[in-house]
Write a protein that binds this ligand. Structure first.
Ligand SMILES: NC(=O)c1ccc[n+]([C@@H]2O[C@H](COP(=O)([O-])OP(=O)(O)OC[C@H]3O[C@@H](n4cnc5c(N)ncnc54)[C@H](O)[C@@H]3O)[C@@H](O)[C@H]2O)c1
Length: 336
């Protein structure tokens, strides 16, 4: 990172009045850095890309830079879009590899990542799509540095990448257990470490961890996955304590069932509805509505993204270590 970029970063952080010189410098830095970024960056920022922070268009997150793991689809993409609408520039970091050993269903493709980047840019934000694995600390360090080099700072990290896994406790192989722990737990820890390397010297930041309602209760169909989501909450609270004095606020969103490929895929649905001839997400949700607190029994990704935006914005500037259940009332019957 150059000195001029460091200066630009602090100007953006301060949310000061728009400076056209700063904007053209940032654009030049973006083009230069993108050109040097190598093949992992999909469709790097073009010279004509417009910042979401143009004069006369100041929004809550104008001048902020958000980095989203697992951003190619689902909750990650919806969060990126909400943050972009609020004015942030976006870095999408995703494994973009459908077939990952010991994961039960396909993850995103490079085409998904490219399409997500296009959707975010259509909202007027600048966006990088970076292919990388949250199990790889060096890849996270490099991608976050690209965020700073291209856009000037790293203000918001959504610790979102994760994989589900269904089955009875007795059936999981050692490799399956390690894989879900390495992605959901160690991946979240590595993402936090990489973010803190930049946010601590910057003395500001928001980290938003996507846990699950299954991180708040036991579940016989998702026993290992649920334990990773409990672990995430414990870690996020520890991160909140560790980084609070550095003005880095760590909070958790714990969604109920969301209609994304993580839940809405034939393998997971087959295990959730073992007696159904043709298991479908709609049928499963329909069956759950009768016993639900509200008249809904699932979420859309945007419902979760709104909570992410809440923890990224001004409303929560004195909030850390909290867990926000977004679960259509499903936790109303549990103990506080
Ligand atoms: N869908 C639900 O019902 C639900 C409910 C509660 C919590 N969650 C959590 O929300 C988060 C997002 O899930 P989603 O529902 O959007 O799923 P999704 O499968 O649609 O999206 C997850 C994204 O993460 C990426 N990813 C997976 N492993 C990765 C890795 N090692 N490195 C980088 N990227 C990786 C995938 O390619 C995919 O694009 C997960 O942490 C999940 O546990 C989901």
């Amino acid at each position: 990172m150059t000195n001029s970029n460091q200066n630009l970063a602090s100007t953006a952080q301060d949310g000061g009045p728009e400076n056209p010189d700063r904007r053209s410098l940032l654009a030049a830095a973006a083009v230069g850095a993108a050109a040097a970024a190598g093949p992992a960056v999909l469709g790097a920022t073009s010279a004509s890309a417009q910042s979401s922070d143009s004069a006369g268009d100041r929004r809550e997150l104008s001048g902020k830079v958000a980095f989203i793991t697992g951003g190619a689809r689902g909750i990650g993409l919806a969060s990126a879009e909400e943050l972009a609408k609020a004015g942030a520039d976006i870095v999408l970091f995703d494994i973009a590899t459908p077939n990952v050993p010991h994961v039960q269903y396909p993850l995103s493709s490079e085409a998904d990542l490219q399409s997500a980047k296009t959707s975010v840019e259509a909202l007027g934000a600048r966006c990088l799509g970076i292919k990388g694995d949250v199990r790889d600390r060096a890849a996270l360090d490099s991608a976050m540095q690209q965020a700073v080099d291209n856009f000037g700072s790293l203000d918001i990290v959504v610790v979102n990448a994760g994989v589900s896994q269904a089955g009875a406790i007795r059936d999981f192989s050692a490799d399956e257990v390690s894989t879900v722990y390495e992605i959901n737990v160690a991946g979240a820890i590595k993402t936090t470490q990489a973010a803190a390397r930049i946010m601590v010297p910057q003395n500001s930041g928001r980290m938003i961890f996507i846990s699950s309602a299954l991180g708040r209760m036991g579940n016989e169909l998702f026993p290992v996955y649920a334990s990773t989501k409990w672990a995430m909450i414990g870690f996020a609270k520890s991160a909140a304590v560790t980084y609070g004095k550095s003005n880095i606020l760590c909070n958790v969103v714990a969604p109920g069932l969301v209609d994304t490929p993580l839940a809405n895929n034939s393998v997971i649905l087959g295990k959730m509805m073992p007696d159904a001839a043709n298991p479908s997400f709609d049928a499963m949700v329909e069956g759950a509505v009768a016993g639900s607190t509200l008249n809904v029994a699932h979420l859309e990704p945007i419902d979760v993204a709104k909570a992410v935006l809440f923890f990224a914005g001004d409303s929560t500037s004195k909030v850390a270590g909290e867990v926000f259940d977004v679960s259509y009332g499903s936790l109303s019957r549990t103990i506080a």
